[in-house]
Design a protein around this ligand. Structure first.
Ligand SMILES: O=C(O)CCC(=O)C(=O)O
Ligand SMILES: [Fe+2]
Length: 501
């Protein structure tokens, strides 16, 4: 199936709601199935009680009992007739309707790719925020304690992914958590749902073998009754077939983790807050609250930029059009694991004609903030990040010529609008200058990607968005290009001529 047809279970509210609705239906279907089975079981029990009666009556007096035709006749008749019917009855399928219903719904359920993506998101959250498996399993993430916890099956799934990627120590830890969550009472449930103590012990053994801890590996096998007998063979087998890990885990650099964690508070800026009355004449009448974050590179935050109703309208316009975001790479947009989010550019074709005024107000706001030349209906990219989503470290400027730069030049500046309060995670960070901007509704982050005088690229504008671990994040990016500014800014470009043609 095409990527387009895939439901974005992790990001769109509607897909998440559909999923819950579907689960509710499937559970009630399973309950109906159980009732059907129960009905059959009850009928069978009644039959057993009924047909057992003559034998019970005969116990101890068998010969005398069978001498009586009132007893021998029924026995013959019963043996001849009843068992044939009973065979029919036993063979008759139960709950076929419910099985069919489930079969029909299976294609609507998340796919392997969705589960892998969700598991990768758990990895990203656990590793970025430095959570131990037991903390995460108990619902703790970066000093936020959730009421929810992970089940044995959840932990087993995560353990499996860590294993596949070659993180054997962490996988082992996740397996320990799996084990401690496998209560005896539910062992049959776990067995049906695909995880047994034996499975866990086997994977633990493999982890320990890969870690070179042979004695401990053997101990695990010996403790597991259905493996103990073959312990030596299994161990030899694992040792002679080392696991070929394929590390597809997201790359999370140390500085990214350091800045994203709550232990790194945004440093109080020594620069100051003031009212900006200068970038546009309008601001003399209505100054903007501006916070200077850094001078080199030039980074500022504006507060209370868009009215709530405009924010809501922009989100409403974007929501139905959101698609997995693309990252510009070699002339073509590609979906990249570096940015796991949905996005759409506004304005798009055939937009609601009532959207004109809000887009005009937005364009004007961009002019006010940047003091740059922003043409009418300037394109903005609305981005929605779901659980675990992030944007890996990147520059907004291009290092190479591409179809975008050929027409517009490089991206001279960026404005990021935050369109909601992100409950947990989702800050924008600038690792070179150790800056962290929490994602708070109404703020706009603005910076120059190119040096104001030389138009050389500013490497210190490297930035990233931290993974979201509670709620979702709505942001809106406007990338302002050089050549629009031709008449208000001189373009000098020393050493960086790569794409001036
Ligand atoms: O969402 C953010 O905080 C940053 C987004 C960003 O850097 C971009 O879209 O280029
Ligand atoms: Fe960016």
């Amino acid at each position: 199936m095409e990527l387009d047809n895939r439901k974005e279970f992790l990001i769109t509210e509607s897909a998440k709601m559909d999923l819950m609705q579907l689960d509710t239906e499937l559970i009630s279907n399973l309950k109906k199935y159980a009732e059907q089975v129960e009905e059959k079981v009850e009928k069978l029990q009644r039959i057993v009680r009924e047909i057992r009666q003559p034998l019970e009556a005969a116990r101890g007096i068998e010969e005398e009992y069978m001498g009586n035709p009132l007893n021998s006749f029924p026995l013959i008749r019963h043996m001849y007739q009843d068992w044939k019917y009973l065979e029919e009855f036993m063979k008759k399928p139960v709950g076929e309707e419910q099985i069919d219903f489930l079969k029909k719904k299976l294609p609507e359920l998340p796919w392997q790719a969705d589960t892998d993506e969700a598991t990768a998101a758990m990895f990203r959250i656990a590793e970025t925020y430095g959570m131990e498996p037991w903390e995460m399993a108990k619902g703790l993430v970066d000093n936020v304690q959730y009421k929810s916890t992970l089940s044995a099956l959840d932990c087993f799934q995560i353990a499996g992914m860590y294993f596949k990627w070659g993180y054997f120590k962490k996988s082992f830890e996740w397996l320990k958590n799996t084990k401690s969550r496998m209560k005896k009472l539910y062992s049959d449930v776990h067995e049906v749902l695909g995880v047994t103590h034996k499975d866990v012990a086997l994977l633990q053994t493999r982890c320990l073998v890969e870690l070179g801890l042979k004695d401990q590996a053997k101990e695990v096998l010996l403790k597991q009754p259905d493996l103990a007998e073959n312990a030596t063979d299994l161990l030899a087998q694992f040792e002679s077939n080392p696991f070929k890990a394929n590390d597809l885990s997201p790359i999370l650099l140390d500085y990214y983790k350091e800045l994203c964690r709550s232990s790194f508070a945004p440093k109080p800026s020594r620069l100051h807050c003031r009212y900006n009355t200068t970038t546009s004449p309008f601001l003399i009448l209505a100054p903007l609250k501006m916070e200077e974050i850094s001078l080199e590179p030039y980074i500022v935050v504006y507060h209370d930029i868009l009215p709530d109703k405009d924010i809501e309208q922009l989100k409403r316009l974007a929501e139905p059009k959101l698609k997995p975001t693309q990252v510009f790479k070699n002339e073509i947009g590609t979906v990249s694991s570096g940015r796991t989010a949905l996005g759409v550019f506004l304005p798009y074709k055939n937009m609601d004609p009532n959207s004109g005024p809000v887009l005009d107000r937005l364009t004007q706001r961009l002019r006010d903030i940047t003091g740059l030349k922003i043409h009418d209906r300037f394109p903005v990219n609305i981005i929605k990040y779901g659980f675990g989503a992030h944007y890996a470290s990147h520059y907004d400027y291009y290092n190479e010529s591409n179809s975008d730069t050929k027409v517009l030049g490089n991206r001279i500046a960026t404005a990021i609008f935050y369109l909601n309060d992100v409950p947990h995670g989702g800050a924008t960070i600038f690792p070179w200058v150790k800056i962290k901007i929490p994602a708070e509704r109404g703020k706009v982050l603005f910076w120059y990607n190119l040096n104001g005088e030389t138009h050389d690229v500013e490497q210190k504008t490297l930035h990233a968005a931290c993974p979201i671990f509670g709620g979702s994040k709505w942001a809106m990016a406007a990338w302002i290009h050089e050549w629009d500014q031709m008449f208000i800014q001189p373009v000098y470009r020393k050493g960086n001529q790569t794409f001036v043609e």
